[in-house]
Ligand binder design. Sequence first.
Ligand code: SAH
Length: 497
Amino acid sequence: MRQCLTSPDGGYYTSRTEGRDQFGQKGDFVTSPEISQMFGELIGVWVVAEWMAQGRKSTGVYIMEVGPGRGTLMDDMLRTIRNFKPLASAIEAIYLVEASPSLRQAQHELLCGDAPLEETDIGFQSTSKYAPDLKIIWCEDVRFVPKDPSQTPFIVAHEFFDALPIHVFQSVAPSPHASTSPSQILTPTGPISNPAWQQQSQQQGNQWRELLVSPTAPPSAITTSSSTSASAVGDSKPEFELTLAKAATPHSLYLPETSDRYKALKGTEGATIEISPEALSYAADFAVRIGGSASQTPTSSPTSPTQPASTYRNRAPIPVAFSKPAPSGAALILDYGPTATIPTNSLRGIRAHAAVSPFAAPGAVDLSTDVDFMALALAALDASPAVEVHGPAEQAAWLAGMGIGERAAQLVKRALERDRGMPAGGEGQQREKEGGGAKADLTETVKRIETGWKRLVDRGPNGMGRLYKVMAIVPYVPLEKGKPRRRPVGFGGDVAG
Ligand code: SAH
């Protein structure tokens, strides 16, 4: 998945040919910020509300977005935040974590206009078109974004986690006819014997086996599993398929043993689970930036007797001590996936707005998986004792709580006022994206506002309002006797005055 999406040589996001765009009607998929400006605006409002609830810090605030796509969401957020002067002037930098040079360029054009893009030691840098003193900084990985205990991060991840690579494991019953000795494990360079695992592998009961991407075998020799259903989608037979490893792999011995949620399924033959160590690592990083790390002494990475610690460097929690005396900031994760269950068989390919085999045309097809929100929540709580998690809430409920209906009505009203030649009311500073064109555009504008809004909150079986979830990581606030728990806006809370 990593190679197909972000390899510098032929990755889906990282090797764009001129003029080709992944996003929009002519591309492969349309994301919520591209559907309506209201999406990014309401995320901006959420950041403002959290900043207010946390005591309106006047310095040291930064905003970080991971996987910013075309930059549309950040542009809509910044246009909104600009109206809240005390927050706007507290923001010291905007960090964008982006693996793709061509998308970085698109983001730069949208967010910075003519301001030059300069290379720095952590990535690239320019300035906001809204405020020449506001730095916009690009990094390829979140690990390059500086961590400072005095700073307050507001972090947004929209449709980022679904692009992070997963490992897939299936529970298999012990077989007396195993072609590999039970004390052997499969590694990329071939099977190796490891006496340390002999005891475990001789234990009775099911074992986890990894599903690996392999070149498609001739029909007679295919070792299929139930999860190969994904490869059945698409027109011609793909070059690759998922096959069940014949013996344990380093990951199958380790990753499914890291949580009771996985262990509970081990006894169910055929149970298939997806784990993304990189996703857990990102969630842990967000939590640590907000609340500081769980341990004040550096802890070593979890290890397996067969592999050096570095093999598991992507697993949460991040083994770096980071003390934060006053937890502050927030992270908002928006993506698709189940509310509490572990994703299974969710790897999919998307091309030209249609589902295709994830194994067809590697690098030319977008790949994504369902996000395991519960795993992200647990990784965040594990990484920092000073955070709490709210949600995941359905996108429809979250957007409704954030006032999308009211914002849509306001945009329609302004479009009508402009059409009648009246000055637009409300917050004068706000530059509207919608409307402003010729009279003939009015019907079109109103239609776009309304269809965009309805699409984002659609709760039909495949509607975005139901499939997409929203989850927040915020500083932990101990319960005060007799007082209700503080809840962020959109998760049941009100805006603090
Ligand atoms: N948030 C945007 C784009 C979603 S597409 C929107 O909603 O429109 C996924 C984005 O994540 C792209 O910008 C892609 O280049 C970036 N991305 C994917 N994998 C990444 C990785 N491993 N590291 C950094 N960026 C990544």
